[in-house]
Design a protein around this ligand. Structure first.
Ligand code: FHN
Length: 612
């Protein structure tokens, strides 16, 4: 269990960072003031973008670990997926059973009072996750039914005060201790949508619910020191009506980052958009490419239900699950795979079998190297015969369709690079690599090592990459109008175009949160000569020129949106760049990212930006 000291240490660290940033800002001539960590309704001058999730130390573990365990466990688990109505009919669902089976509140509370997950064994759960090769876990602390799985002081609708469970136990504390001991990160799922709290459904009383929600979240952060918060239940829905707005999400996210600047938070803290939280959350699906503008994590069930359903034997195969993990990693995503413990707190054997199989594959012959710390293949197109991930000078081609004797696996190159060696993990067979057409042919001399996926490890020379630049950022001119007319009110150097002013913030304390414009000018110098994809995440308007050519024209007023352009950039050349941005009203976001076959997606770094 992490001691309170670590939190104190972190607070000291945070304070040091703030003081350092303040001193640095004071030192730079009209330099861009260090972005202030957002505070609820902090007002003009607030910028909620405190780092780039693609490169920040704060998110490094998330981008390294790649693979986590989701746990859906709550009062609904007591029914194990079936509810027999008073008329004898049986209704089936899992974590939605109260709502989907129209269980009256008193009947649902009565069944929850019998909930006794006495066999929940945190060490065994963590061991199962670790054995599967999972590096973090996220458990439902409170699902839509509002039932808290920890001894909250906020209400009595929780596992200590409303169950048959041992009142001395705290399963979240047990899980935290086991996870810490095993070196596994712990996260909490928390549903904003709450079917039980009497104040949730009425906008007039919702603030009372919101206050209780904040108090519960502070309990979770203060008591268990989670690495991650996984929000859910943010969408527009009824029964009860869900009034949650993007602005509510802005306030909540700012509050949580004030509690713990290290937290990783998903995009359902807001309205599941590219500008909310640190990462996107596709569910039961795997995007077919890296997600533009945001990290991402795909969550998936092992069968057809998130929570335990005793009748659901529709289990995914271990092979498909390993291949899902490989596909996810090869597109720079994380895979959060779910287990649903039964009413006694036990993970079903079929789930454990699959977790063991996945772990076995990852541990065999170092095949896990294709996952942990790996990401988008980049240098090559994704082949039909498998998935290709990259980690430094290694490409991991996970082959799921092994070629016949003498036949080759073709890799289509997206840029110039060399293959200096190739080997099959777990085999001493030879792999012949030949340049062929638009890429390379890999011809293995032997058989696949296993039917799930055989990994061919390529050592590559990704071609010339210039040393890191010494840029300081771009000239930033801030106008007090969205037409960018007249003299700028503020002119300074802006280290990166990475800003989330949201509803209440703005680029400077003297600039109101609505009706302003910003122009950045200078030069961008790439480290590689390649076709780069420039990506803007903007709200309301944005335009980007490179070498005087308009390459992104997003000047139509819009909600948070991604726009992209492909531009040829030459290493060692300082390409002129101009960005115009306008905020009419409401939310304000402006972020400029880039990627290329040899460059993972990131906010364009300060070192490559020059005022000129
Ligand atoms: O309604 C929930 C559902 O019960 C489950 O928790 C999933 C898992 O992410 N999230 C919501 C549906 O999107």
């Amino acid at each position: 269990m992490r001691t309170p000291r670590s939190r104190t240490r972190r607070r000291v660290t945070a304070l040091t960072l703030l003081l350092t940033a303040a001193l640095a800002a004071a030192a730079l001539p009209a330099a861009s003031a260090a972005p202030t960590a957002g505070r609820p309704e902090a007002g003009p001058g607030t910028d909620h973008a405190t780092d780039d999730p693609f490169t920040a130390d704060r998110t490094a573990w998330f981008r390294q670990d790649r693979f986590g365990m989701f746990i859906h466990f709550g009062a609904y688990s007591q029914l194990e997926g079936e509810y027999t109505r008073p008329d004898g009919t049986v209704c089936r669902d899992a974590e939605w059973i109260q709502r989907e089976c129209d269980i009256p509140k008193d009947a649902y509370e009565k069944q929850a009072a019998a909930f006794d997950p006495a066999e929940f064994d945190a060490k065994a759960v963590v061991a199962a996750a670790k054995g599967a090769g999972m590096k973090y876990l996220v458990i439902t602390s409170k699902h839509h039914d509002g039932y808290a799985m920890w001894p909250t002081e906020v209400n009595s609708w929780n596992l200590r005060d409303h169950s048959a469970f041992d009142k001395r136990r705290d399963i979240l504390a047990e899980l935290k201790e086991a996870a810490d001991d095993a070196g596994i990160k712990l996260g909490f799922y928390y549903s904003i949508w709450d079917w039980h709290d009497p104040d949730f459904h009425d906008p007039a009383t919702f603030p009372r619910y919101e206050k209780r929600m904040y108090a519960q979240l502070k309990e979770l952060v203060d008591r268990y020191d989670p690495a991650l918060l996984w929000f859910d239940g943010e969408w527009d829905t009824d029964k009860p009506h869900n009034p949650w707005t993007a602005r509510d999400g802005e306030r909540l996210e700012a509050y949580l980052r004030g509690l713990d600047p290290d937290l990783v938070i998903n995009n359902r803290v807001g309205k599941r958009r590219v500008v909310d939280g640190d990462y996107g959350t596709p569910e039961q699906e795997i995007p077919d490419a890296p997600v533009d503008g945001q990290l991402w994590e795909s969550c998936m069930t092992l069968n057809g239900h998130w929570a335990y359903a005793r009748y659901d034997e529709n289990w995914k195969s271990s092979t498909s699950l390993v291949r899902n993990l490989l596909a996810t990693t090869s597109r720079s995503g994380n895979y959060l795979l779910n287990v649903g413990p039964d009413s006694r707190g036990r993970i079903p054997e079929p789930s454990l079998d699959r977790l063991r199989d996945i772990g076995a594959w990852l541990r065999t012959d170092g095949q896990g190297e294709a996952v942990y710390g790996a990401g988008y293949g980049g240098l090559v197109e994704e082949p039909a015969w498998g998935a290709v991930s990259r980690k430094g000078d290694k490409l991991y081609a996970a082959v799921t369709d092994w070629p016949g004797p003498g036949a080759a696996l073709h890799l289509k190159a997206r840029t110039g690079f060399a293959v200096t060696s190739a080997r099959v993990l777990g085999s001493d067979q030879r792999v012949t690599v030949t340049a062929s057409g638009d890429g390379y042919d890999l011809t293995p001399s032997g058989a696949a090592t296993n039917p799930t996926a055989t990994v061919v490890e390529l050592t590559v020379d990704p071609g010339p990459t210039a040393p890191e630049g010494h840029g300081k950022g771009l000239r930033q001119e801030i106008f007090d109008n969205p037409e960018l007319t007249g003299a700028p009110k503020v002119t300074r150097v802006d280290a990166e175009v990475n800003h989330a002013w949201k509803y209440t913030g703005s680029p400077h304390p003297g600039i109101p949160s609505d009706g302003f414009g910003v122009r950045w000018t200078g030069a961008v110098e790439p480290r590689r000569t390649e076709t780069y994809t420039l990506t803007t995440v903007s709200d309301d308007r944005a335009r980007v020129w490179i070498d005087g050519k308009l390459v992104i024209d997003a000047w139509d007023p819009h909600e948070p949106r991604v726009d992209k352009a492909r531009v040829e950039l030459k290493a060692g050349t300082r390409h002129a760049i101009r960005i115009d941005y306008a905020e009419q009203s409401g939310e304000a976001h402006m972020k400029l990212l880039w990627s290329s076959p040899g460059q993972d997606q990131q906010v364009v770094p300060r070192a490559q930006l020059y005022v000129e």
